[in-house]
Write a protein that binds this ligand. Structure first.
Ligand SMILES: Nc1ncnc2c1ncn2[C@@H]1O[C@H](COP(=O)(O)OP(=O)(O)OP(=O)(O)O)[C@@H](O)[C@H]1O
Length: 653
C-alpha cells in the first residue's frame, strides 16, 4: 500500500459525541457539551439518514431488501456514538441521550451472491533470462553504462527477444506484460544505432528518433532512461515535449535541436501545427510506447496527424510499437504504422504453442474484433483478489482493508514501501485497463497484490475476467471488516447496556456503523467536504457511462441504488438537485403516480449526471455521439469519450 499515514480514522474531539455526566463539568467539558448539543440539534434538523425518497427513484427490484442471513440482522435505525477521543474520556456515568443516528448499514442491502468463478490457467511470462547484456552486439561503453549507471546485468525476456530484432533493422510489434522492461527494449537499439552513424549526429540536425508515450510521467521516465544511456555519447541530445510545460521554452529547445525526441501525442501535434522549427526529415526511428494506453486516452486522431506529418517528410525508418495488451485498437495502430513487422510476444513455454513467439504479422491486416478476447499476461508474482460488497458498505470496507494493510507498513518503520497493493474502488472498463491498473505493482519480478471491489450486482464480472484468463480469489467482506475489532476506537457505546459484547458478527456490524458515522460526520462537517464528496459521487456514477456495450449488463447506472452509493462517499443521502423543469414535470405527474415515480427516477438520474458537479465531459460525449451518428456504426471502438478513429491520408513507408 503506497500511502500509510493519516488513513486511520481517528475520532476528532468535536465528534466526541457521548455526553458525559460528570456532575460538575469543567469549563472545557461544558463548552464541549454545549457544542455537542448544538451538533445534535443540527443533525436532527438535517435530512434523516434514510428516507423513502432515497429509494423511490430506482426500480423497485433493486431497492427491495433481498437480504442474506449475514446481512439481515441489523436494525433500521441504530443509535451509536463514536468513542470519545482521548481528550474527553468518559467517566462512565452516562446520560441517556441519543447519539448520532445512522441508518443501518446492514439492512436493505442486496444479497451477496456466491462467487462461482471458473479457475483458468493464466498466461505467464518469464521476466528474467540468464543472458547478460554483454551477449549483445553493443558498443562496449553502452554495455558498461547499462551495468554501472543503470546497474543492470541480465536481460529480461522481452529485451532478449526485441533488441537483436531491432538491431537488425526490422519493424516490430512487441507485446509483453506490465513492468517487464519494455522501455530498455527499444532505448538500447535506438542509442546503439544512432551512436554508430557514420556521419556524426549534430545537435542542429533535429530529431533522428521520435518516441511517443501516453503521459507526462512516462515521457519523463523514458527521457531519464535515454539520458542515462547517452552518457558516453554526449553529442546526441535527448529532449522531451509534454503537456503542462511552457510551449515557448519547448520551441526554443526545438530550435537548438533535439536528436531523440520524447513526447506525448497531444503536445507534439500542438508543435506540428504551430512551431516552424519542427521537422522530421531525418527520422530513423518511430517508437509508439504503451500503444494500448495511447489509444485508451483517445489519442488516435493525434497519432494519425503525427504519422501523416512524418510520412510527408521521410519514408525510410524503423517503426516499433510496444504494448502490454493486444487489443483491436493496437492491431489497427500496428497496421497503419508498422512495415512488415516481427511480432514479439513473451509467453511462457507452457502457454499455447500454437501462438508462436516471433512471427510476421500480415501487413495491413484488418483489425480483428476477436483480439479483444485475447488473454493477457499478468506477472506471476501478482496476487489478485476480489471482494463483493454492497454499496452502503463500500467505504467502510475500503477503510477496513486499508487499516489491515497499513499495520503490513508500521512493521517496516520509516522505510517507505514500494507500491505493493492496488485497490480498485470501481471496476475498469476493459481487461486492458484492468491489466494496466494492476500492473503498477509486481513490476520486474517483485511481489504485489491487488483488490477489486464489486457491488453484488456486478459479481458476474469475475467471469468476464476469467474469459481473458484472469484469475481472482475472493476475500469476504466480513473478513475485511473484522479488522475493526482490533481497535477499540470503533467500539459503539450501547445505550442502556453496560455488558461487554463478545467480538462476533454483531459487534463487527456495530463497529462498521461507528466508522461510517465518523466518515459521514466528517463529510457533513463543512460545505467544502460535502461538495467534494458529491463531486466524487458524481464522477463515480459518471464512470458507469463509459462501460462498453458488452459490459452494460453488469455495470449499468440503473442498477445502482444512488442513496446507497452516496453512502460510499460519506454522504447521508443522494444529492437532490432537481431543476425547475423537473419540479414542473413533477407537478404534472402528480395526477399519475405510476408515471410520476418512473419520471422522477429518470429525472433524478439525469440530474445526477448533469448537475453542478459536472466535469464538463458531457459536451464531448454529445459531440462524439454526434460524430458517430454521421460516421456510421463501426467507427467507434469503445467508450463514449474516445475520439472517432480517423482515416489516415498517407500510407506508411
Ligand atoms: N534488465 C533489467 N534488469 C533489472 N531491472 C530492469 C531491467 N530492465 C528494466 N528494469 C527495470 O524494471 C522496471 C520496469 O521497466 P519498464 O518500465 O521498462 O517496464 P514496462 O514493460 O515498460 O512496463 P509498463 O508496460 O507497465 O510500462 C523499471 O524500474 C526498470 O528500470
Amino acid at each position: 500500500m503506497a500511502a500509510a499515514d493519516g488513513v486511520l480514522p481517528h475520532v476528532p474531539e468535536s465528534r466526541a459525541a457521548v455526553p458525559t455526566t460528570s456532575s460538575r463539568p469543567r469549563p472545557a467539558q461544558s463548552r464541549r457539551q454545549a457544542a455537542t448539543k448544538r451538533k445534535y440539534r443540527a443533525s436532527s434538523e438535517a435530512p434523516p439518514a434514510k428516507r423513502r425518497s432515497e429509494t423511490s427513484f430506482l426500480p423497485a427490484k433493486k431497492t427491495a431488501a433481498k437480504e442474506t442471513p449475514r446481512t439481515s440482522k441489523g436494525k433500521a435505525q441504530k443509535t451509536f456514538s463514536p468513542k470519545r477521543s482521548s481528550a474527553g474520556a468518559s467517566d462512565g456515568n452516562q446520560e441517556r441521550k441519543p447519539g448520532i443516528k445512522t441508518s443501518s448499514l446492514f439492512k436493505n442491502n442486496p444479497e451477496i451472491p456466491e462467487l462461482h468463478r471458473p479457475v483458468v490457467k493464466q498466461v505467464q511470462e518469464k521476466v528474467f533470462t540468464s543472458d547478460a547484456f554483454q551477449a549483445l552486439d553493443l558498443h562496449p561503453h553502452l554495455i558498461s553504462t547499462i551495468n554501472t549507471v543503470l546497474k543492470m546485468s541480465s536481460m529480461t525476456s522481452v529485451q532478449k527477444q526485441s533488441i537483436p530484432v531491432l538491431l537488425e533493422g526490422r519493424d516490430a510489434l512487441v507485446r509483453s506484460q506490465t513492468g517487464s522492461g519494455k522501455t530498455l527494449a527499444y532505448c538500447i537499439p535506438v542509442v546503439q544505432s544512432l551512436q554508430a552513424m557514420k556521419s556524426k549526429i549534430q545537435r542542429g540536425d533535429g530529431p533522428y528518433a521520435l518516441i511517443l508515450v501516453p503521459t507526462r510521467e512516462l515521457a519523463l521516465q523514458s527521457f531519464d532512461t535515454v539520458q542515462k544511456l547517452l552518457k558516453p555519447f554526449t553529442w546526441i541530445v535527448p529532449g522531451v515535449l509534454m503537456g503542462g510545460e511552457k510551449r515557448k521554452s519547448e520551441k526554443a529547445r526545438l530550435r537548438k535541436g533535439i536528436n531523440i525526441l520524447i513526447s506525448t501525442p497531444g503536445r507534439l501535434v500542438d508543435h506540428i501545427k504551430s512551431t516552424k522549427n519542427i521537422h522530421f526529415r531525418r527520422i530513423q526511428w518511430l517508437i509508439l510506447d504503451e500503444a494500448d494506453r495511447i489509444l485508451d486516452l483517445g489519442f488516435e486522431k493525434d497519432i494519425t496527424v503525427i504519422l501523416n506529418a512524418i510520412n510527408a517528410e521521410c519514408q525510410e525508418r524503423q517503426n516499433v510499437l510496444l504494448s502490454a495488451t493486444l487489443t483491436e485498437g493496437v492491431t489497427w495502430l500496428a497496421d497503419i504504422s508498422l512495415h512488415d513487422p516481427v511480432s514479439i510476444s513473451v509467453l511462457d513455454e507452457s502457454h499455447d504453442q500454437s501462438n508462436p513467439k516471433s512471427k510476421a504479422i500480415p501487413e495491413a491486416s484488418p483489425p480483428r474484433a476477436s483480439d479483444e478476447l485475447d488473454s493477457f499476461a499478468i506477472p506471476a508474482s501478482l496476487e489478485q483478489y476480489v471482494t463483493v460488497v454492497p454499496s452502503k458498505l463500500r467505504l467502510v470496507s475500503l477503510a477496513g482493508f486499508i487499516l489491515q494493510k497499513c499495520k503490513d507498513v508500521a512493521a517496516r518503520g520509516l522505510d517507505l514501501p514500494q507500491v505493493t497493493w492496488i485497490v480498485q474502488y470501481n471496476a475498469p472498463s476493459s481487461p486492458a485497463e484492468y491489466i494496466h491498473r494492476i500492473g503498477r505493482t509486481a513490476r520486474i519480478g517483485c511481489h504485489g497484490s491487488c483488490l477489486l471491489i464489486l457491488a453484488p450486482s456486478e459479481a458476474e464480472y469475475v467471469n468476464s475476467l476469467a474469459s481473458h484468463k484472469i484469475n481472482v480469489s475472493e476475500i469476504k467482506m466480513e473478513d475485511i471488516l473484522s479488522v475493526l475489532t482490533r481497535d477499540d476506537c470503533f467500539k459503539g457505546r450501547r445505550w442502556g447496556s453496560q455488558k461487554p459484547r463478545s467480538v462476533g458478527p454483531q459487534e463487527i456490524r456495530e463497529r462498521a456503523t461507528v466508522l461510517q458515522t465518523v466518515f459521514e460526520d466528517y463529510v457533513h462537517s463543512s460545505e467544502r467536504t460535502v461538495s467534494g464528496a458529491k463531486k466524487a459521487l458524481q464522477s463515480f456514477i459518471r464512470a458507469y457511462a463509459t462501460y462498453p456495450r458488452e459490459l452494460k449488463h453488469i455495470f449499468h447506472v440503473r442498477s445502482l441504488h444512488l442513496g446507497h452509493v452516496a453512502k460510499s462517499f460519506g454522504l447521508r443521502d443522494a444529492p437532490k438537485n432537481l431543476s425547475a423543469l423537473a419540479t414542473k414535470k413533477k407537478k404534472a405527474n402528480l395526477k399519475r403516480p405510476d408515471l410520476h415515480r418512473k419520471t422522477q427516477s429518470k429525472q433524478r438520474l439525469a440530474e445526477i449526471l448533469r448537475s453542478e458537479y459536472s466535469s464538463g465531459m458531457e459536451a464531448s460525449v454529445t459531440k462524439v455521439r454526434e460524430q458517430n451518428k454521421h460516421a456510421g456504426p463501426s467507427s467507434q471502438p469503445r467508450g463514449a469519450v474516445r475520439n472517432q478513429r480517423p482515416a489516415l491520408a498517407v500510407g506508411t513507408n
